[in-house]
Design a binder for this molecule. Structure first.
Ligand code: EPU
Length: 456
């Protein structure tokens, strides 16, 4: 057992920090087996949930990624004792001595993640106040927090915007509320859950997000003693309770990472067994993967994704909230679609600016046009605005090596696999961002036989 801070130092040395570069020699199929652990978009929230318990919690299968380190740092600042078993990924979180943290210390984490906004409810319950630094996360749209603030106001929080961040108070505690979200936001749904479970009385949330990661957070909160029902039509009802215990939970696997490796297999004409992946949470992805010409075999301990030979086929995709095609799946798949015979369309309806990564693909020889119109079967919130949120991908096009810079997490992974599929040598810089969400991606690339050199 070691403390997370020691782990972070070790991981920083091996995984790579922002600014690192990798030179790839493309053209080799990726083949072999890799494992995925807990979902980035669940474990970070489950760690925040531990703040609500009166006893320690145990979260299993926690990946060593930088978003986990950021959340650990913030929890430790608030007095949570954290220990991690590096082998198993077990994370022990002890919230027995939750305390106020200094604003300046919290601010050292400004811009590093979006998770701090989810500390609000638990801290208001535990301390009667909370301070949240400026948020970070990928620059893939405006990413406002208006839904979150409105939710917290509904529960009775008093919110003050300061130049350094946001300060909140709830001297009289928080009370359950009726909330209807303008859009089924993942983060705002989590905000309601993490706040309502200890609020006085009942909460009814309409137009909630129902992603599998949210369902797993609900599982965790129920283990802690919460009373939550998920009804038809995106309605979640919560009865507040006076106290919550700790939990012991194996985190849901990272389906976004699994889908990324699946696309890597397709674009490099490879064969990757993703240990830990499950069918149920990837149903929509698997359908599209098959339509695009990919093949898969579902086993008890994971899913084998491979290129079965023959031509890849074009597809028309609209990203959407669950159970639709996730926005985080489109970027790696777009790289594979550059190799499909025909014209594919991707209509991004979740984030207004999530095609920035395609510039580099075009530089590498891809034929991708971006449009402001909604090119799927439905109009989305961005249709009347000036956002390039639909892509037409014509293929197949040969990809050639280039010097490219990673713009964000998922776009960054797509750059890696484009470089691996391209003819010749590519240098991909700023790869440190990728360790925000892909555990040991460099070691995994090695395991799969990729030909590359990491530069400092
Ligand atoms: N939105 C608002 N106001 C708000 C909150 C959201 O307008 O107060 C808008 C957003 O701008 C966006 C849409 O609602 O257009 C959906 O955002 P959502 O709140 O659902 O996203 P999130 O909670 O910030 C999480 C994941 C994202 C994933 C989305 C959608 C985490 C830490 N992030 O973001 O993951 O794409 O849900 O499933 O859980 C990633 O892993 O690379 C990533 C970006």
């Amino acid at each position: 057992m070691s403390t997370l801070t020691q782990d972070a130092a070790r991981a920083g040395a091996s995984v790579g920090l922002d600014g690192d570069r990798i030179t790839f020699r493309g053209g080799r199929p990726l083949k072999g087996r890799i494992e995925v652990r807990g979902a980035k978009n669940l474990v970070t929230k489950a760690m925040v949930a531990a703040l609500l318990g009166e006893e320690p919690s145990l979260l299993r299968q926690v990946p060593d990624i930088s978003d986990v380190r950021v959340v650990s740092g913030l929890l430790e600042l608030h007095g949570v004792k954290i220990e991690r078993d590096t082998e198993t990924g077990d994370l022990h979180l002890d919230p027995s001595n939750v305390e106020r943290a200094h604003m300046a210390e919290i601010n050292a984490h400004a811009g590093s993640s979006r998770i701090p906004i989810l500390f609000c409810g638990p801290l208001l319950h535990r301390l009667g106040e909370a301070f949240i630094p400026d948020l970070g996360g990928c620059r893939i749209g405006d990413r406002p927090i208006d839904f979150h603030l409105e939710v917290l106001r509904n529960f009775g929080a008093d919110i003050q915007k300061l130049s350094e961040g946001i300060r909140m108070h709830a001297p009289n505690g928080l009370t359950g509320a009726k909330v209807e979200l303008p859009y089924p936001s993942v983060g705002a749904t989590e905000q309601v859950l993490l706040t309502a479970v200890r609020a006085k009385g009942r909460t009814e949330l309409r137009n909630a997000a129902i992603e599998p990661e949210i369902m797993d957070l609900i599982n965790i909160l129920q283990k802690m003693g919460a009373i939550i029902s998920v009804d038809a039509d995106r309605v979640i009802r919560i009865e507040g309770v006076d106290r919550l215990t700790g939990y012991s939970h194996r985190a849901l696997f990272d389906r976004n990472e699994a889908a990324s490796w699946a696309s890597a297999a397709l674009v490099t004409k490879g064969d990757i067994f993703v240990g830990g992946a499950r069918q149920g949470e990837m149903l929509t992805f698997l359908n599209v993967f098959r339509k695009a010409g990919g093949a898969f075999e579902i086993e008890d301990d994971g899913i084998r994704f491979f290129h079965p030979g023959g031509e890849l086929k074009p597809v028309v995709i609209e990203t959407d909230v669950h159970p639709g095609f996730m926005t985080d799946w489109q970027q790696p798949l777009v790289v594979a679609l550059t190799q499909a015979h025909g014209t594919s369309i991707v209509h991004e309806t979740v984030y207004e600016q999530r095609f920035g990564f395609t510039d580099a693909l075009v530089e590498m020889g891809a034929d991708i046009e971006l449009h402001r119109e909604c090119l799927g079967g439905q109009y989305c919130r961005f249709g009347q605005q000036n956002f390039l949120h639909s892509a037409i991908i014509s293929g197949p096009t040969k990809l050639h090596g280039a010097n490219i810079e990673v713009p964000d997490l998922r776009g960054g992974f797509s750059h890696l696999i484009a470089a691996l599929a391209a003819e010749g040598t590519s240098t991909v810089s700023n790869v440190g961002i990728i360790s925000r969400g892909y555990e040991n991606f460099i070691q995994k690339l090695e395991q799969l036989g990729a030909d590359f050199t990491v530069e400092g």
